[in-house]
Write a protein that binds this ligand. Structure first.
Ligand SMILES: [Zn+2]
Length: 71
C-alpha cells in the first residue's frame, strides 16, 4: 500500500527537539506514537492524542527540556 497523499505537517523539522514521533501503523493504518526517549511505540489512541508515553510517564507536548542535562 502506498501513501500518495501525505500530510507534511508532522514531517517538517522544527527548531525545538521533539521527544516523540507520530506515524501510522503499516498494518492497521492506525496512528501511533513513538517515544524517542525510550523508543517504545504505543498504538493507544489516548497516548497518541495526549502525546503520552506510558513507559516514561510523561506528556511529550508539555515536556520541554526543563531538566536539560548540563554537562
Ligand atoms: Zn518513553
Amino acid at each position: 500500500m502506498e501513501n500518495q497523499e501525505r500530510l507534511g505537517e508532522d514531517q517538517q523539522l522544527t527548531t525545538h527537539t521533539k521527544t516523540y514521533a507520530l506515524s501510522e501503523s503499516e498494518k492497521t493504518g492506525q496512528e501511533q506514537i513513538m517515544c524517542l526517549n525510550c523508543g517504545r511505540v504505543s498504538h493507544n489512541p489516548n497516548d497518541v492524542a495526549n502525546k503520552y508515553c506510558g513507559h516514561c510517564h510523561i506528556f511529550h507536548e508539555d515536556t520541554a527540556p526543563t531538566t536539560a542535562p548540563t554537562k
